[in-house]
Ligand binder design. Sequence first.
Ligand code: FAD
Length: 490
Amino acid sequence: MLIKPKSVLIVGGGTAGWMTANSLLNVWPDVKISLVESEDIGVIGVGEGATPYLKQYFKQLGIAEKDWMPECDATYKLGISFEGWSGSHLAKSYFHPFFSVLDKPVAEMFFHNCGLRRRGIEAPVAPDEYFVAAQLTNQKVDPTACLKHSLDIDYAYHFDSVKLGIYLRNRAVKLGLTHVIDNVQDVKLDKNGDIVDVSTQQHGCLTADHFIDCTGFSSRLINKALKRESRSYSDTLFNNAAVAIQTQYTNESSIKPQTRSIALNAGWMWNIPLTTRQGNGYVYSDGHISSDQAETELRQALNIQDDANVKVRHLNMRIGRLNEHWHKNCLAVGLSQGFIEPLEATALMLTQLTIDQFVQSFASQETDLITAQNSYNQKLNQVFDGIHDYIVAHYQLTKRQDTDYWRDNKYNLVKPKILSEILYAWDNGLDVEKVLSRHKNNLVYLRPSWYCILAGMGRFPQNLKHSTQVADVEQARKYCKDVTNKYFLS
Ligand SMILES: Cc1cc2nc3c(=O)[nH]c(=O)nc-3n(C[C@H](O)[C@H](O)[C@H](O)COP(=O)(O)OP(=O)(O)OC[C@H]3O[C@@H](n4cnc5c(N)ncnc54)[C@H](O)[C@@H]3O)c2cc1C
């Protein structure tokens, strides 16, 4: 087994830094954990949607929803509504749900009908009809209501990311973490390339056995000091900037437990409902519009006058991932290790996975550090690339061609290899499950997600025949309503 470090210094106090701190305090109570963060630089302050993975995070730490959710203005999230992505001749939106055991019977009907539609047979294939989470979302149902029936389904959260950082910071400090507020100015390496210490403005040199780089996009340790290289995703994903505006509710009763992702002229806009306000932002390609144009378009979408006094934040995004997330005695976690645009809100899931797998490496039988690091880095790269492929699918599958941005997405982006294989099988009546299964180690999204995006974006032949083999969508609708009433509303 690898020898666990006796002391760990986390550099950076964004969500990644504080999630890492709490995880390590939980699994390594005998290790001295410290965190240094800069008040001058601050945190990125966006990133308010999650995947169901985050539910597991709080569970692992024994943090109850009633304790953290009110402190972070958090709401439940049952999936993402994609609006305006599919093109004018199709449904205006489709829902990518979080799946649950309740979906099994109706999911099979969905797969069956998609199979017919791929062969040119008329069949209802809107994903929203076949998954219970879509029904729960439409009825604005509390997903925890089914606990009284001894049923626990997957769901995620929306939250105020700054408040979540503060909540996790207070908890970590209470558990004994040493917290330093200072700017890291330099990183000293020994002759082997390991980090010896980081020097700060006011606290001198801070040393540890192991260092964790949570410095966000600046990647101060792993990239600037250890010179680890990245794989850019810029040939497959155009979006590299964002503008964010928070708004107050005008009609709270219309809010559903979902993130909305609304396609705009040169990217897409998120809308995230919190208990006290909404988070909104436009993720766009600065090669297609300027930051001023993006802000104007976002203001228009939100119905905010140009002269209205709202706080607007412009952000640049570095899209890609490190080749080595763990190198020498340094691990990169969070934006410092990479970022795929937030279309499926996967960044915190990657953060968790990065920490969990790191800790597990010390519990495995492997004794050689380099071998452990190589296998760790390979695994993380597979997950990053797997998510990347699913994100790219949105841009390859959209039927939109109304601006240069959407046309460029359609025709001028490199197509990832596995995605091309999936699309080829889907379009040519081949066994898609076989392709998904062949690539299972490289895919993060499974069959239901692939069917939802392919059907949601309308990837089917246009001329349709009628058939009697169609699964009855009325039956699916009735099933989703019945389980909602049985498990959540009674
Ligand atoms: C537009 C956008 C939308 C996003 N949406 C989502 C989403 O919906 N869901 C999701 O999961 N994620 C999302 N993310 C990603 C999410 O914001 C981040 O993964 C998350 O906030 C963690 O960031 P971080 O802690 O790595 O970096 P940061 O928040 O940038 O924190 C970096 C920390 O390092 C410190 N630091 C930096 N340099 C130094 C130094 N020299 N000395 C001392 N301290 C230093 C800073 O002060 C700060 O404390 C989004 C990101 C962007 C850009």
